[in-house]
Design a protein around this ligand. Structure first.
Ligand SMILES: O=C(O)[C@H](O)[C@@H](O)[C@H](O)[C@H](O)COP(=O)(O)O
Length: 243
């Protein structure tokens, strides 16, 4: 357990604190692998949702080395920049290069990007691909931006209130102001359709943001607040103070 103090979060939100990013990534990989193993002991397949960005890289690389019946594991993304996987900003490309290596390459990856000109044009086909994923998702691993966004649920994104609503759409094409690239994203409701949500953050800035979001509770300003307020799906925050 890390030396840093517990985060000021609602009591129903779990916390795991670590001294550095490396130990957090290893512990997160152990936890996710154990949850997937448990799922595979109960059902034929297991489903894992991971996030893009930079933070997940050490975790995904560590998870790739965990002993799992990977051909029975489906992996998808919480959101995707609408780019081909070979583009350096593609989340699918990042997952391919970090997680889907070695034995883990046998996992069934379900991409959100389908090659259409826009996420709007690709939405129906993406919904069909994702309809085959076992729900509820066994594990969803999310990051958080310094504006309190998760997946591509950014403050100010058109239609945010329906994307945060309990009865919102499962997937949506979004063009968040100030975010890089048009995106496809699962909604809050879709991500809550999970047995466990894990939020991985590191550094003092993100600590301040998630504590502020917990205190202010305004999901329009800091969408992560919606995730922290809900009690439908268990949430565990993995935190390390710095690199
Ligand atoms: O496609 C994306 O950008 C991610 O899914 C996004 O939601 C990410 O989790 C946060 O922006 C944190 O990103 P970092 O881990 O790079 O800070």
């Amino acid at each position: 357990m890390g030396a840093n103090s517990r985060l000021a979060l609602p009591s129903h939100v779990g916390q795991s604190l670590f001294d550095d990013e490396r130990s957090m990534a290893a512990a997160l990989a152990d936890r996710v692998a154990a949850m997937l193993r448990h799922a595979l002991g109960q059902r034929r397949t297991a489903s894992l949702v991971v996030s893009g960005g930079r933070s997940p890289l050490p975790f995904l690389r560590a998870l790739a080395h965990r002993d799992l019946d990977w051909p029975r594991v489906s992996v998808t993304l919480a959101d995707e920049r609408w780019l081909p996987p070979e583009h350096p900003d593609s989340n699918a490309g990042m997952v391919q290069a970090s997680l889907l290596q070695g034995p883990a390459a046998a996992a069934r990856f379900v991409p959100l990007y389908g090659g259409e000109d826009s996420p709007e044009a690709g939405l129906a086909a993406c919904e069909l691909r994702c309809a085959e994923l076992s729900r509820p998702f066994d594990v969803v691993v999310l990051g958080m931006g310094e504006d309190g966004h998760f997946a591509s649920l950014f403050p100010g994104v058109p239609g945010l209130s329906s994307l945060l609503a309990e009865n919102g759409p499962s997937l949506a094409a979004v063009n968040p102001p100030g975010a890089s690239h048009p995106r496809m994203t699962f909604s809050h409701a879709a991500l809550l359709d999970a047995r466990q949500l894990l939020v991985q953050i590191h550094g003092p800035r993100k600590r301040a943001v998630i504590e502020e979001a917990a205190a202010r509770g305004d999901a329009d300003l800091q969408p992560i607040a919606a995730l922290l307020q809900q009690t439908r799906t268990p949430v565990q925050v993995f935190f390390s103070p710095a690199d």
